[in-house]
Write a protein that binds this ligand. Structure first.
Ligand code: ADP
Ligand code: 5GP
Length: 193
């Protein structure tokens, strides 16, 4: 059986990545979302084991410090720790599933060093629109909004290192573009098999 495709998705927080991804996963079969571990607090509506594995700093460090590390990559983002389970990703790829990592630009850089992922950067149409979406979501404190906006400008500088760029202006168009990337990559892999 062919190994699945490893797909890395990064975007400034509030850009709409989760919204796009939910729609793409509902419409395209065969995609597995890698559920990250995080030390941040759950937002209203988030479910442990579906959106994230919510863990304490002690639990996070214990997974990170296993030999070999329990994390394929990990990073500190906006003052919280986030990490991708090595075991979950490797077993799903081996089973032929296409695995999506929703990770920040530091994590993407680590994965690029150890694997050959397909990488997609999702950008907002502007920083002003990003601020409107972050505030409109209503999940962040004022301090968290400011921190995420300050980080966004830095994260955007990493966009040229990604295989694909999608600008999330109209949601339907962004969903179509991400689906097209995945379908094209599946055809490419089929051609090499
Ligand atoms: P992220 O996962 O990137 O942090 P979300 O998916 O939570 O972002 O989206 C942030 C907010 O922006 C949500 O309230 C969502 O409904 C809204 N949103 C997402 N995409 C669009 C879009 N294309 N146009 C307008 N609002 C959007
Ligand atoms: P949020 O707190 O808004 O869910 O996520 C904040 C940022 O952390 C986003 O850029 C998201 O992609 C990133 N992130 C989520 N999980 C991981 C992970 O496992 N590793 C890394 N490096 N970043 C992650």
């Amino acid at each position: 059986m062919n190994e699945g495709i490893l797909l890395v998705l990064s975007a400034p927080s509030g850009c709409g990545k989760t919204t796009i991804l939910r729609q793409v996963m509902a419409e395209l079969p065969g995609l597995a979302f890698s559920v990250s571990h995080t030390t941040r607090q759950p937002r209203p509506g988030e479910i442990s084991g579906r959106d994230y594995h919510f863990v304490s700093m002690e639990q996070f460090k214990a997974i990170r410090d296993r030999q070999p590390s329990g994390f394929l990559e990990w990073a500190e983002v906006h003052g919280n720790r986030y990490g991708t389970s090595r075991q979950e990703v490797e077993s799903r790829l081996a089973a032929g599933e296409d695995v999506i990592l929703d990770i920040d630009v530091q994590g993407a850089e680590q994965v690029r060093r150890n694997a050959q992922p397909v990488t997609v950067f999702i950008a907002p149409p502007s920083l002003e629109e990003l601020e409107r979406r972050l505030r409109g979501r209503g999940t962040e404190s004022e301090e968290s909004v400011r921190r995420r906006l300050a980080n966004a400008a830095k994260e955007m500088q990493a966009a040229p290192a990604y295989t694909y760029l999608i600008i999330n202006d109209q949601l339907d168009q962004a969903v179509l573009e991400l689906k097209s990337v995945i379908i094209a990559e599946r055809c490419r892999r089929r051609g090499r098999a």
